[in-house]
Design a protein around this ligand. Structure first.
Ligand SMILES: Cc1ncc(C[n+]2csc(CCOP(=O)(O)OP(=O)(O)O)c2C)c(N)n1
Length: 650
């Protein structure tokens, strides 16, 4: 992979930035962009966002002293430049691969990384806490929260702003990276304010005036701020957004050109010296300096797989139909058949496949911003109002809205359908992106119907069935992997699909969703060893089908296989139902170990977790032959297998 060259190769830590002249800083920014394009085109990653934050990150590292001044990146997908400037250039070609650099900040990688949760809208809360901790203990330094305009649409960000505005002595600078976009253009009232500013004909004059005035301002505490504030107040009608922030009680500096390093530095210096919380508003362009990204309408290369660095074309052809594609087409068909069907997305129209529904029924598709909690309770309202909402989310982001699912939707018996994409092991995006909690959380929700379809036909059937459930929530979850070929049942027993059956069955293998194929492979191995087996797919995992419990009673051992955390998952739930029914058949659940899974390819991680036919079959053979639970070595961990992650990030 291409190493750094020129000036960039001389930057090993933020200190090395300090002596650079303005001309050298421009050169450095150009080199960083080239480095990003050359490397990320080979690993995949969040290319567009990082191309947009080069100058902002360089300026932050020149004005502040990380890690004494903690930097908290919201979501963290835009921290590549920060990584490059904090001693991780050499390892950058390992980005997002097992054992390599994380695609997000990582506390184990560097003392410069404080927060590694990649769920959006948390930075201001972390930063407020860090700043309070400094203030209480009399520690030096300023906390810098770096947040995009998209992440500012999340409720947590507003809860934090509300608190920050009330603490006028917090050593906290909020740097807003306003590129006008989440994946697609940012939505909502805030976005409208920001957009009004961008398109204001006076904007250039205003920028210039601010720039000139700031550079004349004395660099001393409140005096500097007062001058900025004076400018701001004088221009109140043209600078609409500051009205919003200052009405909240927050000091506001901006807008500044986020690609002008000197202007950003000046604004950050002023903010730092003010001594209390200040919001610095910088305007940037996602994909800056890379024509292919700048021209990419859909998301400005928010996230790419491997691409040709020159043309920006994807190198790896999409392998087979995705679950997202199947959903995307089917929901349009269902929407056409029933005009009560409406859809919601939390800033992820394309990634969840809702773009087709949006194109077909623009007035029935709602992008609510990165606001999963709002999406769910708003859906409850839509259901109460007589519609059938479908909320398309990544499985991991449902975590945010658990209370809303439980009480706002389920307790009110609202017919809301949750479609959870990227469920299970997702791969290179790491710990907070694995969709390993949804089926455990949903077990707790009274009355909820849950399906993990095993193939495209079953997904279509599940969707049609879910849309008919108008008195309870329903959820359908599927994987990031390609959709496996249709796997037809040999028999359906009271709603449980039997996928394979031999004579004198001793082991019942229950395969959930994407892992139904693994379950069949386990069955074949057992059969090859002369052990009778039944392999089933419950089709609907909730409510637990009594037919499944009855079948368990007819076998010597039950093995469940799921792409979800083992604690509280489908296997654990079935074991509990067996106990309640006084069925004594032992049950062994196979799933994701309840740990924070690292990043790597999905295949690598499944192998490490022991979620392979070979490992599961070995367990079952030993178990039935010995009638004693054997010792197993199927826990995750162990040595990493190197492979290049090709999947685009989320
Ligand atoms: C809770 C949550 N929902 C959805 C996402 C998926 N997601 C990742 S980045 C992103 C857009 C972020 O936009 P912004 O903060 O403006 O950053 P930009 O990429 O524009 O720099 C979204 C929706 C997420 N990380 N967390």
């Amino acid at each position: 992979m291409p190493p750094a060259s020129g000036l960039l190769s001389t930057v090993h830590s933020p200190q090395d930035l300090r002596a650079l002249t303005p001309g050298q800083l421009d050169q450095l920014s150009a080199e960083i962009r080239r480095f990003l394009i050359e490397n990320v085109s080979q690993t995949g990653g969040h290319l567009g966002p990082n191309l947009g934050v080069v100058e902002l990150t360089v300026a932050m590292h020149r004005v502040f002293e990380s890690p004494r001044d903690p930097f908290v990146f919201d979501t963290g997908h835009q921290s590549y430049v920060h990584k490059i400037l904090t001693g991780r250039q050499q390892r950058f070609s390992t980005l997002r691969q097992r054992g390599g650099l994380s695609g997000y900040p990582s506390r184990s990688e560097s003392e410069h990384d404080w927060v590694e949760n990649s769920h959006a809208s948390t930075a201001l809360s972390y930063a407020e806490g860090l700043a309070k901790a400094k203030r209480l203990q009399g520690l030096p330094g300023t906390v810098v929260a770096f947040v995009g305009d998209g992440s500012l649409t999340g409720g947590m960000a507003w809860e934090a702003l509300n608190n920050i505005a009330a603490s006028d002595d917090l050593p906290l600078v909020i740097l807003v990276n306003d590129n006008g976009r989440s994946y697609t253009p940012t939505v909502g009232g805030l976005a409208k304010h920001l957009a009004a500013l961008r398109t204001n004909p006076h904007y250039e004059q205003v920028l210039d005036l601010v720039r000139r005035s700031v550079s004349r301002a004395p660099i001393v505490g409140t005096a500097a701020y007062d001058i900025l504030h004076g400018i701001k107040s004088g221009l109140k009608d043209v600078l609409a957004p500051q009205g919003m922030f200052s009405d909240l009680g927050l000091k506001y500096v901006g807008p500044i050109d986020g690609h002008d390093t000197a202007a950003v530095e000046r604004a950050l210096q002023q903010a730092r010296q003010y001594g209390g919380p200040v919001l610095v508003h910088a305007l940037t362009h996602k994909g800056r300096g890379y024509a292919a990204a700048e021209m990419h309408e859909e998301d400005h290369f928010h996230a790419v797989g491997k691409i040709n660095a020159t043309t920006g074309q994807a190198l790896v052809a999409a392998s087979g139909q995705t679950w997202t594609d199947v959903f995307s087409e089917e929901i349009v068909r269902l929407g056409r058949a029933d005009e009560k069907v409406v859809a919601l997305t939390a800033a992820m129209t394309f990634p969840t496949g809702l773009h087709r529904f949006e194109a077909a029924f623009p007035e029935r598709c709602f992008d609510v911003g990165i606001a999963e909690q709002h999406a769910v309770t708003s859906a409850a309202g839509l259901a109460m109002g007589g519609l059938h909402p479908v909320i398309a989310l990544y499985a991991t982001f449902l975590n945010r809205a658990f209370d809303q699912v439980l009480l706002d939707v389920a307790m009110h018996r609202c017919g809301v359908t949750f479609v959870l994409d990227r469920a299970g092991v997702t791969g290179p995006d790491g710990a907070s992106h694995h969709g390993m909690w949804d089926m455990s959380l949903l077990q707790l929700v009274p009355g909820l119907h849950l399906s993990a379809p095993r193939d495209a036909t079953r997904l279509r059937e599940a969707l049609a069935a879910a849309l008919k459930i108008d008195d309870a929530p329903s959820a359908i979850r599927y994987s990031k992997d390609a959709v496996p070929p249709d796997l037809d049942a040999v028999e359906c027993r009271d709603g449980v699909d039997v996928l394979m059956r031999t004579d004198e069955p001793r082991v019942l293998v229950v395969g959930i969703g994407q892992l139904a194929g693994t379950a069949v492979a386990v069955g074949e191995r057992l059969s090859d060893q002369g052990i009778g087996v039944t392999v089933v797919d419950p089709v609907w995992v909730l409510p637990v089908n009594p037919a499944l419990v009855a079948m368990a009673a007819e076998h010597e051992l039950v093995v469940t296989v799921e792409d979800n955390g083992v604690v509280g998952g489908c296997g654990a739930r079935l074991a509990q139902e067996l106990r309640f029914a006084e069925v004594g058949t032992p049950l062994r659940e196979f799933g994701i170990a309840q740990e924070f899974l690292p990043h790597g390819s999905r295949a690598e991680l499944l192998e490490e977790l022991g979620l392979t036919p070979q490992r599961i079959a070995r367990y079952a053979v030993e178990a039935v032959l010995s009638r004693e639970p054997p010792s197993t070595d199927i826990q995750p961990g162990g040595s990493a297998v190197r492979d290049v992650a090709t999947t685009p990030p989320e």
